[in-house]
Design a protein around this ligand. Structure first.
Ligand SMILES: O=C(O)c1ccc(O)c(O)c1
Ligand SMILES: [Mg+2]
Length: 626
């Protein structure tokens, strides 16, 4: 179906917005009147600019406070409408949104309002335009789409129809299935927005906190299904009032928006196959079976720092790429690649960020299908030269520019370690690390929605509620994404002095800040790591006093935790143990965790104390240590 976005959803001036909207692949735009008034272009110039970008003006909005007024307000409202209809002719659009009235003099009365719209319909017809009526969920007399529909039904005029907006329906907790009773040809336009579940005044919530479908907590898919069930086949348009988006990079926000609209249609058709959705077919989301490898980009000079950390963590070099300076380090099912190449993407990453995680390879059921889904959802494909006989591994650019590769067990990709690498056979003794528990990605706070949308739409993934992590120098927000056996935590930092904020500055952008490895026996692993010279993070005595009191821990267990510098947490499902490395200069570190039972968190209550300890390790010599 054709997609559109309201100009209010993006930052910048009209010219910048148009460029961003066209580049993201939309077919049309809603012109928000303020954006037009603020611009210096004449209506016909704006119309031409829009069309020169290959876009249509899908809607002009909003027209406020029209219906149910006494004289002289009523005549003035009609005169105002006539002028806007003329403006629409100059802009080159035939549809305008009238939102339900908040006028203090408005009188309500469903037949009075319907009669006003009937008369307006004649005026609109004279100008060759159509009017759509939208219930603002804080409207004085009409604040529910069912009442707006009744007004439109009674107005009984071909130039008067209904406009639905998912926020106004879902924000007021109105059952979206009530839409299924409305004839699709009387719905003139559909606006889509999501929002996080926060209790607050409806108007304030709507004007500041809307976000892209899939980024919030509203059942926008249920709304979309109900709209499609009416037979509606018109525009799908984003109308997102969001403070962050208004300050963000318009191209990125527009791209996220287009991704969310494609995904929304895909979700609707998968949930209800009988619906007619005009969207090319692409594969369904699938879960990640395993993080197959993580690749670091570094240089000949800087590699020693990284490889000594790997060695002290129990990893061992086991082989090399057939044509590139890429070493494979292994331990208990984890493969880490160290790329010191002077060319290609790894080099670009290293130059931009210093030693960094530049690639993540994910094992899925069908790598080509996952790649096709990702690119259908607008992820840019990533191509790199391969030597003769080497595998072409499908890849995309992930958020923040890193590469995500897709692997599977098929006849080609399943042989990656035999074809692209020379691996020396033999077991790695290791320190008891058995896998990757999670990857922690750090990013500016305003990139978090974008990142979680990326993972949840491309993969079969769930997200947990956002939690606050208290860094002594500011708040970091953290959200976990889980898809099959892959866990990723997204950490958004606003404050630059937080550990996460410093990492973003030091590494010049978002990236993986830590890798958490799994062990089945944290104390055995801690002992093995100590022998290898692992730079363990010392945790203060106050922490153990508190954790023992909080959970009523056995003194023997508390003592083991303290001696090994292991942190502890519990939830209803089980227990969690965490051991940390001292962070590198840029803030990168390793974590080793043990999950017992069905513990499903990430130790968030421990984060303030872990961060404080990590910050102590980087303070000047001579200061007291924990
Ligand atoms: O916040 C508002 O006033 C407003 C205006 C127009 C809309 O379409 C809408 O959903 C909200
Ligand atoms: Mg709206």
């Amino acid at each position: 179906m054709k997609t559109s976005i309201a100009t209010v959803s993006l930052s910048g001036n009209l010219t910048e917005k148009l460029a961003a909207i066209a580049a993201a692949g939309f077919d049309g735009i809603e012109i928000f009147e303020q954006d037009f008034i603020a611009s210096d272009f004449s209506p016909s110039e704006v119309g031409r600019m829009v069309r020169d970008h290959g876009l249509e003006i899908t809607l002009f909005q909003p027209f406020r406070d029209f219906e149910g007024l006494p004289e002289p307000h009523r005549s003035r409202a009609f005169a105002r409408a006539a002028r806007k209809f003329e403006l629409m002719n100059q802009l080159g659009t035939d549809l305008v949104l009238f939102c339900s009235s908040l006028h203090p003099a408005a009188m309500g009365g469903i037949d009075r309002m319907a009669a006003d719209f009937h008369e307006l319909g004649d005026l609109a017809a004279q100008h060759g335009v159509r009017v759509g009526y939208e219930a603002l969920c804080w409207g004085r007399f009409v604040n529910d789409h069912r009442d707006a529909w009744e007004v439109v039904r009674r107005a009984d005029h071909p130039n008067i129809g209904l406009i639905l907006d998912s926020f106004h329906t879902l924000g007021r907790k109105i059952d979206p299935d009530s839409i299924r009773a409305i004839p699709g040809d009387r719905i003139f336009f559909v606006q889509l927005a999501d929002a996080p579940a926060i209790e607050m005044d409806l108007l304030y919530w709507s004007r500041h906190f809307r976000n892209m479908p899939g980024e919030g907590d509203l059942d926008v898919t249920g709304f979309m299904r109900a709209v499609l069930a009416t037979g509606y086949d018109g525009w799908l348009s984003l109308e997102i009032f969001n403070d962050q988006f208004r300050a963000g990079l318009p191209r990125l926000v527009a791209l996220d928006g287009h991704r969310s609209l494609i995904s929304l249609q895909d979700r609707a058709r998968r949930a209800e196959p009988a619906l007619a959705v005009d969207l090319p077919a692409f594969p369904p989301p699938s879960p990640v079976e395993q993080i197959a490898f993580v690749e670091f980009a570094t240089s000949e000079e800087d590699a020693a720092d990284l490889t000594s950390l790997l060695t002290s963590t129990g990893f061992q070099p086991v082989g090399r790429h057939v044509s590139k300076p890429v070493d494979v380090w292994r331990q208990g099912g984890v493969s880490l690649l160290v790329n010191t190449g002077a060319r290609g993407f790894a080099r670009t990453s290293y130059v931009a960020h210093g030693t960094t995680v530049s690639e993540i390879a994910l094992k899925v059921a069908d790598a080509q299908a996952s790649h096709q889904r990702a690119t259908s959802l607008l992820a840019p494909t990533h191509e790199e030269e391969t030597g003769p006989g080497e595998l072409g591994i499908p890849a995309i650019r992930g958020i923040s520019g890193s590469v995500i590769r897709f692997l599977d067990d098929g006849p080609d990709l399943g042989r990656i370690w035999d074809v692209d690498f020379r691996i020396t056979p033999g077991a790695v003794a290791g320190a008891g690390i058995t896998g990757i528990d999670h990857l922690a990605q750090t990013m500016p706070y305003d990139a978090m929605l974008s990142s979680s949308l990326f993972y949840t739409e491309i993969f079969d993934a769930g997200k947990s509620p956002m939690v606050d992590v208290i860094d002594p120098d500011g708040l970091v927000r953290s959200q976990a994404i889980e898809s099959g056996r892959m866990r990723v935590t997204l950490n958004g930092a606003e404050a630059r002095r937080t550990l996460a904020g410093r990492f973003i500055e030091e590494s010049l952008g978002s990236s993986v800040q830590h890798i958490a490895f799994a062990t089945d026996d944290v104390f055995a692993t801690a002992a093995a790591l100590e022998k290898r010279g692992f730079p363990v993070l010392r945790i203060g005595a106050n922490y153990y006093e508190d954790v023992a009191a909080r959970f009523g821990l056995d003194p023997a267990l508390t003592d083991r935790l303290r001696r090994a510098n292991v942190m502890y947490d519990e939830d209803a499902g089980g227990q969690f143990f965490q051991l940390y490395s001292v962070p590198r200069k840029d803030g990168f570190f390793f974590e080793i965790v043990q999950r017992q039972g069905n513990y499903c968190g990430y130790g968030a209550p421990n984060a303030p104390f872990r961060i404080a300890a990590q910050k102590r390790t980087s303070r000047p010599a001579g200061m007291p240590r924990a």
